[in-house]
Design a protein around this ligand. Structure first.
Ligand code: GAR
Length: 225
């Protein structure tokens, strides 16, 4: 992959940024074969741990306050961003951005969408809702982002069993480990153009991920469109 074809990736995060870290580590591990370069970490919170992770790597950071969402498009333009990964970003991305980046903006959600998604469903609340429901399986979903919370086309999911003695905290930890295995590989596949969003709104392309070392789920395949 030449420098000219490298995707310029922005990661949006409101919290600690463990998924950001997993993406950075995965791109590092790919080395010269990495299809994306992280050029920006954007947050709505100046105290987000994700910003410290970015600064430690020399990646540009931007804080866009919640009452100034128009600042997001301006920041993306300043850094010449081509692709966006939401990683625990707890604000709705403005429609002008989801429209301009259609097929180049993805999110990870800590449950098997379309279940347990939508406004207000983030972090611990998701896992509490899963436990309340009695569901026996949960797991992360990676999807393209559109103008509505958690409703874009699904790229990939990993099943994570719910144990009878799980608390929201133990379940969250297991799902988060699966997120770290799944999300960076999906971000790379979208950046490389191996997985894309068709004009009909369906996911196209296939990427086979080898999770043998990363997760107990074994070999996973992103479904073709
Ligand atoms: C992750 O579990 C992610 O799936 C979730 O926030 C956490 C962020 O953790 N996102 C949502 O709930 C979005 N609806 P991190 O800051 O350690 O990556």
């Amino acid at each position: 992959m030449t420098t000219a074809t490298l995707a310029r990736l922005a990661v949006f995060a409101s919290g600690g940024g463990s998924n950001l870290q997993a993406i950075l580590d995965h791109l590092d591990a790919l080395g010269a074969a990495a299809p994306a370069a992280p050029v920006l970490v954007l947050s709505d919170r100046s105290d987000a741990g994700a910003l410290d992770r970015a600064r430690a790597r020399g990646i540009a950071v931007e804080v866009v306050p919640r009452d100034r969402p128009e600042g997001i498009a301006a920041a993306l333009a300043r850094h010449d961003v081509t692709h966006i990964a939401l990683a625990g970003f707890l604000r709705l991305v403005p429609e002008e951005v989801t429209h301009a980046f259609r097929g180049r903006i993805v999110n990870v959600h800590p449950a098997l969408l379309p279940a347990f998604g939508g406004p207000g469903m983030y972090g611990t609340r998701v896992h509490e809702a899963v436990l309340r429901s009695g569901a026996r399986v949960t797991g992360p979903t990676v999807h393209f982002v559109d103008a509505r919370y958690d409703e874009g086309a699904i790229i990939a999911q990993i099943p994570v069993p719910v144990r009878s003695d799980d608390t929201a905290a133990t379940l969250a930890a297991r799902v988060l480990a699966a997120e770290h295995a799944l999300y960076p590989r999906c971000v790379a596949a979208v950046a490389a153009g191996e997985v894309s969003l068709g004009a009909d709104g369906r996911v196209r392309g296939t990427a086979t991920f080898d999770f043998d070392r990363a997760a107990p789920a074994g070999r996973q395949t992103v479904p073709a469109g």
